[in-house]
Ligand binder design. Structure first.
Ligand SMILES: [Zn+2]
Length: 610
């Protein structure tokens, strides 16, 4: 167990450095009056840590609640504390560049209003999205309009592949990710010493309206340069690091590096708890080495899209290098142990970070953790199967649970064993036993109560904000029922789907068994793009291809937007035919048959019970 570097208070100095002003509006509200962000929600994070919060996480929470407008260096400002992420503003000759406009248009507007109040009404010349995660673009319509972008007044700069990745995350596993994100960020949990205290990366996710304006400038290569409002920017593309489309960039005239989310004041995720494709820790480290090579001799400050900056060349380069070492060490040592025959859970238990790394606060696992990152690296290289055939074909949770409970002598006996584990402080064993009891019989009141209690104890001990939130979310749902999951898929994101993505999104919702006997070939002429597609449903699978001419059989002519409306249910087919939005040649019932085979998703599925 590493000792925490309590005598290092530099972060508290850095988080206050350059402070200009706070917002007087302490609550950010949606048009309907709903509070989507509360700047004072974490005011309880004062003084020493209570018994119910890990002191290291409590400290991180205190740092994250420092909100307001901050000067990074003359001409570069940050708006912190307004959302999970941070918005940066670069001042140029005739306007500003905004980097990463938060999650919701409401929080972005509130943050930028504070900037304007303090720095004057400067027009926005460009918005930069550092990467394809929603906390870095969702608030864009709170600060600029689609019209201004289309009129060429504002350019939107993003890394190559941004749109595909920003949208695709919502196409395939989006529903499940949103539900799991509710556990990970704990946005619906009560805040307080026994509740949510932050998510390590930021406090939590705002709950306003997410928006999207597609990029107008793609950054494709390292070394690419742009000048906007007289501000010079040099880019480094870093695909496949923290996000599939991401970039760092340098402001040579300010000697300031924006490191996107490739560095932060936490160990980040190789695999986030909400779920994602596993990231590449090796490439992540490789790109940070490249970053240091590109600008390490020149830079005077590094800032990012979460947390506070690091000033001074020596400290900034050491920060970049230590962040790099952390991902490389995790990657290399996990593989060393994999090749000695250890499985992910065993490596996670034994791998310790080097003392020199653990002595820096920013390597601690407030968001990612050594434990779950090690398992992610195992997963990236070897997958779910540990190679032991005894674990190749296990019973699924409910079937295993009833057998375990029977073997333990029944539910009451199993709860008694769990109670003893709880009393002994072995909460990990208690939750495992009680998980079996609940998946055999989720109405067992004593098991529910004890499981909630054990999860709360694990939460209180966790250094990681997302682990704490996950345990507290499980406990809250066991005690009070589902807290519900707000959707993050706004109309802008849906509207950005490509035709191929629309058909993919239909294909993954086809009720396979009901569609086994259907054979349905439909042609689609997309009138605004001029492209023609054929979708074919056979053997329960919907395949698609782009073609030159429609296939024999029914053919539908409509715009891409109308297709999205039809599939998402915002456009009624009969009305669309009546007003000419949709033209059908051939048998019109094919469309109804396809739509009738689309199964609903469950955005609020059970997690801690069957
Ligand atoms: Zn982020």
């Amino acid at each position: 167990m590493s000792v925490l570097p309590w005598d290092d208070a530099q972060d508290f100095e850095d988080v206050e450095r350059g402070f200009v002003a706070r917002s007087d509006e302490r609550q950010v509200k949606a048009a309907d009056g709903r509070v989507v962000w509360d700047l004072d929600a974490y005011a309880f994070l004062d003084g020493p840590a209570p018994e119910t919060v890990n002191p290291s996480l409590w400290r991180q929470g205190q740092l994250l609640t420092r909100d307001g407008l901050f000067e990074v260096v003359p001409g570069i400002y940050q708006l912190r504390g307004f959302d999970l992420s941070v918005m940066s503003v670069i001042e140029g000759d005739d306007g500003v560049i905004v980097i990463d406009p938060l999650i919701s248009k409401e929080t972005a507007a509130a943050a930028f209003a504070l900037y304007r109040r303090e720095r004057g009404d400067r027009p926005i010349r460009a918005v930069i999205y550092t990467h394809s995660h929603i906390d870095h673009f969702g608030g864009v319509k709170g600060i600029v309009s689609q019209d201004d972008v289309e009129a060429g007044k504002v350019s939107i700069i993003a890394p190559d592949g941004f749109m595909e990745h920003a949208v695709s995350e919502n196409v395939f596993a989006g529903t499940a990710m949103a539900r799991r994100a509710g556990y990970m960020y704990g946005a619906a949990l009560d805040k307080g010493p026994t509740g949510q205290v932050g998510a390590g990366l930021g406090q939590t996710t705002s709950t306003g309206e997410p928006t999207l304006i597609p990029p107008t400038v793609d950054i494709t290569t390292t070394g690419q340069e742009l000048t906007v409002a007289g501000i010079r920017i040099v880019f480094q593309v870093t695909p496949g690091t923290e996000a599939p489309a991401e970039m760092n960039f340098y402001f040579p005239d300010h000697r300031a590096l924006c490191a996107a989310e490739n560095t932060s004041h936490t160990l980040h995720n190789i695999l986030t708890l909400r779920g994602a494709v596993v990231r590449d820790a090796h490439d992540w480290a490789r790109y940070l080495t490249e970053t240091i090579g590109l600008w390490g001799d020149d830079l005077e400050v590094v800032f990012a899209s979460h947390h506070w900056p690091t000033w001074g060349r020596e400290r900034a380069v050491e920060f970049l290098a230590t962040q790099r070492d952390m991902y490389l060490y995790l990657h290399d040592q996990t593989l060393r142990l994999i090749n000695q025959g250890y499985v992910g859970s065993e490596i996670a238990e034994q791998l310790e970070m080097p003392p020199a790394l653990a002595a820096a606060w920013h390597t601690h696992g407030y968001y990612g953790s050594v434990s779950h990152n090690v398992k992610a690296i195992y997963q990236r290289y070897l997958g779910w199967y540990e190679g032991n055939p005894a674990r190749l074909w296990r019973h699924p949770p409910e079937a295993a649970a009833s057998r375990y409970v029977e073997a333990m002598g029944g539910a009451d006996a199993a709860v008694a064993v769990a109670q003893k584990a709880y009393n002994d402080g072995d909460y990990r064993w208690a939750v495992e036993l009680l998980d079996h009891v609940l998946f055999a019989d989720d109405s067992h009141a004593a098991a529910r109560a004890l499981q909630a209690g054990a999860m709360e104890q694990l939460a209180y001990g966790a250094e990681n904000g997302t682990w704490r939130n996950a345990y507290l979310a499980g406990a809250a749902e066991l005690r009070h029922g589902s807290f519900g999951t707000p959707t993050t898929v706004g109309p802008d994101l849906l509207g950005a789907l490509t035709v191929t993505q629309v058909f993919d999104s239909v294909a993954i919702r086809i009720d396979g068994p009901r569609a086994w006997d259907e054979h349905l070939t439909l042609s689609w002429v997309i009138s605004d793009t001029g492209a023609t597609y054929v979708t074919e449903l056979r053997n329960g699978a919907l395949n698609q291809r782009q073609v030159d001419v429609p296939a024999p059989g029914p053919c539908f002519t409509l715009t891409r937007a109308a297709l999205i409306g039809l599939v998402t249910g915002t456009l009624d087919a009969a009305r669309a035919v009546a007003d000419g939005t949709l033209t059908i040649a051939g048998d019109p019932t094919g469309l109804q048959r396809l739509v009738s085979l689309i199964a609903p998703v469950d955005p609020n599925f059970a997690i801690v019970t069957p």
